[in-house]
Design a protein around this ligand. Structure first.
Ligand code: 9MR
Length: 694
């Protein structure tokens, strides 16, 4: 065949080959981040006649493992016929792909220790990106930096919330807090379960979280970063309690949802609206929990433990006096102006909130008066969600069971927890996708991905209780589901995996003019109810009712109560599978060699970061192979005060002189970034604090 002819055929074939390659990547569903060397490893192949699979190097040059595919099985949630791929016994670390003859090659993934450390940190950092009332600066937010919006230091008391002490249109200050989701409102009910889950992650795995660094403004302040992040919301929640009676406003909101604008462009009036029983009880539960957690940090935060406990007790008293005050937006709008048309978080049954608050207050105070008002062990226990919270109290009772005293029947605590976990544990073996998700058809609803994450969290409680690895392994299956072993082919966390969501329903990500969405955010996930009415959903089946389009708030929004169980699940499996139980100090190296020995030459390392500058010092770093290096100094507000390096550097050791003359005494940060080029995003970032004393 002549060369030109061959070329022509190749030109025609190329798009076909490319399309086939993509289809194959979609047809083998695998966690797109990876697996622990000693952990279970599953994937599924969709619609194949092959009976074998191979795990190979990414370029397919080396085959590390081969095995038989499982029997063909239909997953009823997607209607797909799939075969299970089990490569658990492959423990060699590396970056791999799965090949199924006739089907193609999967997306790439790692087998290695600490494989979910970046995810664990990014999922918490996602909350930093949701912060109201503050600018996000380059130093912490990188290209997603933005101006401050929603200072919320002037918030109107809505007619529905008016009291003698705070009549309609009283102005209060209610700053900070996290935006709930893709919208900019702040809702106490949803803050309740979200904040609990973040605090529980710390309470259950303190050694892990004490060392997990997030590069947020408070990093280095002698509190674990995850608690600093939680405090941003706790401090807001405290302002939502009416000091005159202890009741808690249901939400802080604009009358209507804003357009797709940045926070500083949404300047409509914000209100606190009617107090409600569920908001007040969720608040009481979180404040009781916060009180016992921050006790450990009474040196750093004197009095905070008592502030939280007093707030919890006042809320509890209010709820006992007002045990049945529902937040109904239609009822509110019939009676008051202006109408409020934002998220409702309307919940009509409050016994679960009473049980949760009673459990937390009891665990913190050991006073059985709370138990006689509401028995946390009454009723049944399901996987938690914002309207069903009694199981959160069960988690706390389980964790603290050794110290509860005779007032609580700990045998009943343990059996209730195990009943829930046992109903989930064996599900993967019977599931074509080998996941817990889908144990009930009803798992596929608005925010279905949080159901998967919360199932994982429930299983992890049983693992801690029993040490039985089958609970831990079942939990990990749902993390795999979220990261790619699902019927959509997506890794559902922005910025992670080979096919992450790109068009989440998230005002900041839509309005910021940056192609990549804010990272570390979990999309809501498949939801066959499709309340958004958008067209273009992947499929009509429950597990394929997903659409990566900003239109799709019913399947592609993000929300704090969905990210929080992802934080817990990713952090817990990291803490449990990592060789040390702690994060590794070495940041993942993606391209180029991680610079070593980065630090100030004089007095380094220095635990206090205090350095006598007289008036100059040297910053040193090493470069493993040629790459672009940026070295800058920032003040505490994130203003750049010096650029010391911004160029390609070849391998070697460097010393750069930093002259601090002219800078006022105070805290500064110096940051090293390295990567293939300044524009492509750094492969390595390290930030260190220094105190300049002139
Ligand atoms: O997560 C909430 C889901 O359970 C409800 O079905 C849905 C409709 O009421 O609301 C979801 O919560 C949204 C909230 O009302 C407003 N902010 C965005 C939340 C996530 O979509």
């Amino acid at each position: 065949m002549s060369i030109p002819k061959l070329k022509k055929i190749l030109v025609i074939l190329m798009p076909v080959l490319f399309a086939e390659m993509l289809a194959a990547q979609e047809a083998i569903r695998v966690n797109q981040i990876g697996f622990y060397p000693k952990g279970p490893k599953f994937a599924v192949a969709v619609g194949t006649t092959s009976n074998v699979f191979y795990v190979t190097s990414v370029n397919q040059a080396d085959t590390l493992f081969s095995g038989a595919l499982g029997a063909a099985q239909v997953w009823p949630h997607s209607g797909e016929t799939v075969k299970l791929i089990n490569f658990t016994t492959l423990q060699k670390t590396g970056e791999y792909t799965i090949v199924v003859p006739g089907l193609g090659q999967s997306r790439r993934f790692f087998i290695k220790d600490y494989v979910h450390q970046d995810l664990s940190a990014a999922a918490i950092k996602g909350f930093y990106f949701q912060r109201a009332s503050t600018a996000l600066i380059d130093l912490y937010a990188g290209k997603w930096k933005r101006s401050a919006g929603h200072l919320d230091n002037q918030v109107w008391v809505h007619a529905s919330a008016a009291t003698t002490a705070r009549p309609e249109n009283t102005i209060i200050s209610s700053s900070k807090g996290w935006y709930d989701a893709g919208d900019y409102n702040k809702y106490i009910v949803n803050s309740g379960i979200s904040t609990y889950t973040m605090l529980a992650a710390y309470e259950h795995y303190p050694n892990y979280y004490k060392e997990l660094k997030l590069n947020i403004p408070e990093s280095g302040n002698n509190l674990p970063d995850i608690l600093d992040e939680a405090l941003w919301n706790i401090n807001w929640m405290l302002t939502m309690q009416d000091p005159n009676d202890g009741g808690v406003y249901h939400k802080l909101t604009t009358a209507n949802f804003s357009g797709m604008v940045m926070p500083n462009q949404d300047t409509a009036r914000r209100y606190v609206v009617q107090k409600s029983t569920p908001a007040t009880l969720d608040f009481a539960a979180v404040m009781a929990q916060a009180s016992r957690i921050f006790k450990e940090f009474s040196t750093q935060m004197p009095g905070f433990e008592q502030t939280c406990l007093t707030a919890a007790l006042n809320a509890w008293r209010w709820a006992r006096k007002n045990p049945n005050l529902r937040y109904s937006q239609s009822a509110l709008n019939a009676a008051f102006n202006p109408d409020i048309n934002t998220g409702e978080y309307g919940d009509g049954s409050f016994s679960d909130e009473f049980r949760w608050a009673a459990a937390e207050l009891f665990v913190t105070t050991k006073s059985d008066s709370f138990l006689s008002v509401s028995n946390p062990l009454a009723g049944s226990f399901g996987v938690p969600a914002w309207p069903n919270v009694n199981t959160l109290g069960l988690y706390s009772l389980t964790f603290h069971r050794a110290k509860l005293g005779p007032a609580v029947d700990t045998t009943a605590v343990v059996s209730a927890l195990l009943r829930l976990a046992n109903s989930l544990k064996t599900v993967p073996t019977a599931s074509a996708y080998h996941v817990v998700m889908g144990v009930s058809n009803g798992d596929f609803v608005w925010g279905s991905n949080a159901i998967a994450a919360n199932q994982g969290m429930a299983l992890l409680q049983a693992y801690r209780l029993t040490g039985d690895a089958s609970y831990l392994e079942a939990a990990l299956q749902n993390l795999d589901y979220l990261l790619g072993r699902n019927a959509t082919g997506y890794c559902f966390v922005t910025g992670f995996g080979g096919k992450p969501p790109l068009h989440i329903h998230h005002r900041q990500s839509e309005a910021d003019g940056i192609a990549d969405p804010v990272p570390g955010l979990l999309a809501g996930g498949p939801n066959p109810n499709r309340e958004d009415g958008c067209t273009g959903y992947l499929g009509t089946e429950r597990a394929r009712s997903y659409l990566d389009n900003v239109c799709s708030y019913a399947s592609n929004e993000i929300a704090i109560n969905w990210n929080a169980p992802l934080v817990y699940l990713a952090g817990a499996v990291e803490a449990l599978y990592s060789p040390t139980g702690k994060p590794t100090g070495v940041k993942e190296e993606r391209n180029g060699t991680v610079p070593e020995g980065f630090g100030l030459l004089q007095n380094y390392p220095n635990p206090y970061g205090r350095l006598p500058f007289k008036p100059a010092t040297n910053i040193q770093f090493s470069v493993g192979n040629e790459q672009w290096i940026g070295l800058k100094v920032f003040d505490v507000l994130g203003n750049e005060v010096a650029t010391l390096v911004d160029e390609k550097k070849s391998a070697g050791n460097y010393r750069v002189r930093f002259d601090a003359t002219g800078l006022t005494s105070g805290v500064y940060f110096y940051q090293l970034k390295a990567g293939s080029s300044p524009g492509t995003g750094p492969a390595f970032i390290a930030t260190k604090k220094m105190v300049i004393v002139q």
